[in-house]
Design a protein around this ligand. Structure first.
Ligand code: BG6
Length: 489
């Protein structure tokens, strides 16, 4: 309730994202008392339907996907906030009509001219929509703020991202552009800074002096479902590495920011990406493994190969898996390898970061043999949410036997019962005007510059090269084994 009044316009209001994530998140915010007192939603979609019809679809969606049960009382409050407008995103004239409808709803709900334009549409509509909004902007009108929220993909390489950004920034200033990376809304991703900067035991050892290697895993058992059309143009590198993985990496590796202001944090994150090694094609060949899934068994079910999925070419060379080793070339991290891995149709669905500490010298207890299990800090992002620290201790009944023990917060989300979802946090931040958890343009630009080199330096391998249900191609295991290390699986 402390937020400013706002009118949220969702372009793509009938789409999957709106149904599964945005509307349920809004309903949850209402249940938690976090929606502004003066608030309304306008869903703009291409289909013809009435607001009444749309509201009943919203009811179905929030019943299916929101973490709070839909009660008659809350629905009575939520329902009248929602409106539907038909809009063909490519029809220039439609934006004038939209504008006048928004004016009316704005007056009715007393939303003070504040608008959030949320682009939950396919990327080909980003530019036409922003152009349409621009045409309706009245320079004399200074009532309220206007914010643009944009979902990925933000371009498909550096050049297209620059072009898109030019178009957006001709209409919205950088401070008013919220580039969503929903990983930044996840509880444990936000917790990275607290773990690092509120614990003397961790911050003191957070560098190449004490850390042997860092691993980031974002694995999924799911395949690409009905998203073959999009995924064929993307692949794991664009879909996961350019955004979620590099954002996670930058939070893990950044220097302490000078303050908690959004730009102080984002400037430190940017420096990490700028300090990534410049990959030549030879380095790509040596340190980056691309994979594509074959048929196999996942959760006891036989599943198709990627090439047999809907809207996927029978000879597709799109990668559904990436594993890589990289270095950050700065004082803090030089010499400490980062191993990153992500893929579809893997043996587990898990997101985690593992900080593995260096071994101790081979003296005293370790004279005869090194510890089998090193010290490690595990940041569990999902499905379990929590932190686990692995250390060594004496086996209580033996004289010298050393065993490894774990201090584990357990699964924080299951003990809390009802943890807010990433989108809830992100929407609250947009309402408050806090850009901390959104990628700034220069971060996106630097990420694309890095990823472009990995994509252009790639040599085609023969695909498919891993069975669905495995942990990726054998070369990915070799990538880490050759360094005398292994994946934390
Ligand atoms: C999206 C990708 O950004 O993230 C999807 O486009 C992927 O391909 C998803 O499945 C993973 O998100 P989460 O929150 O389920 O880990």
């Amino acid at each position: 309730n402390q937020h400013l009044p706002a009118l949220l316009v969702i372009f793509g209001g009938t789409g999957d994202l709106a149904r599964r994530k945005l509307l349920p998140a809004l309903y949850n915010l209402l249940c938690d008392g976090l929606l502004p007192e003066h608030f309304a939603v306008v869903a703009a979609g291409r289909r013809e339907k009435t607001t009444e019809q749309y509201r009943s679809e919203v009811f179905t969606a929030i019943t299916a996907y929101s973490r709070n049960a839909v009660t008659a009382e809350n629905w009575r409050i939520f329902q009248p906030l929602i409106h539907y407008v038909r809009l063909d995103f490519l029809d220039v004239a439609g934006y004038a009509r939209l504008h006048s409808i928004l004016e009316g709803i704005d007056r009715r709900h007393a939303t003070a001219g504040n608008r959030i334009f949320y682009l939950a549409v396919a990327p080909e509509y980003f530019e036409p929509i922003v152009q349409g909004l621009r045409d309706q902007q009245d320079p004399a009108e200074c009532r309220g703020w206007k914010r643009l929220v944009i979902e990925k993909p933000f371009g498909r390489d550096l050049q297209s991202a620059v072009r898109l950004n030019d178009k957006l920034s001709a209409v919205f200033s950088e401070n008013n552009i919220y580039r969503i990376d929903h990983y930044l809304g996840k509880e444990m991703i936000q917790n990275i800074m607290v773990l690092r900067f509120c614990n003397s035991v961790f911050e003191a050892v957070w560098s190449n002096k004490y850390i042997d290697n860092i691993q980031i895993l974002l694995s999924e058992q799911a395949g690409i479902g009905s998203r073959g059309g999009y995924y064929e143009t993307a692949g794991a590198m664009r879909d996961m590495v350019q955004n979620h993985i590099l954002q996670t990496l930058s939070l893990v590796a950044m220097d302490p920011p000078v303050s908690l202001q959004p730009d102080a944090i984002r400037s430190e994150k940017l420096k990490v990406i700028q300090a990534l090694e410049v990959f030549t094609p030879a380095m790509v060949a040596e340190n980056v493994i691309f994979g594509q899934y074959d048929q196999g068994m996942v959760k006891d079910q036989q599943v198709k190969a990627y090439r047999q999925e809907d809207k996927v070419a029978a000879d597709s060379v799109t990668e559904t898996f990436v594993a890589m080793k990289l270095y950050i070339q700065n004082f803090r991290w030089s010499g400490t390898p980062f191993y990153l891995r992500t893929g579809k149709r893997l043996g587990s669905s898990e997101a985690k970061i593992v900080i593995q500490f260096k071994p101790l010298p081979p003296v005293l207890y370790l004279r005869k043999q090194p510890l089998e299990q090193p010290n490690a800090l595990m940041i569990k992002i999902q499905p379990e949410v929590g932190v686990c620290f692995q250390f060594s201790t004496k086996n209580f009944n033996s004289k010298e036997e050393i065993v490894s023990a774990r201090m584990d917060t357990g699964n924080v989300s299951s003990s809390n019962g009802n943890t807010p979802e990433a989108y809830e946090r992100l929407i609250v931040d947009i309402l408050r005007g806090d850009t901390t958890l959104f990628s700034r343009w220069d971060e996106v630009e630097a990420s694309w510059a890095f990823v472009d080199r990995l994509i252009t330096g790639r040599r085609l391998q023969s695909f498919p090269n891993y069975a669905a249900g495995s942990m990726g191609p054998a070369q990915a295991d070799e990538l880490i084994r050759r360094d005398g290390r292994k994946w934390w699986d």
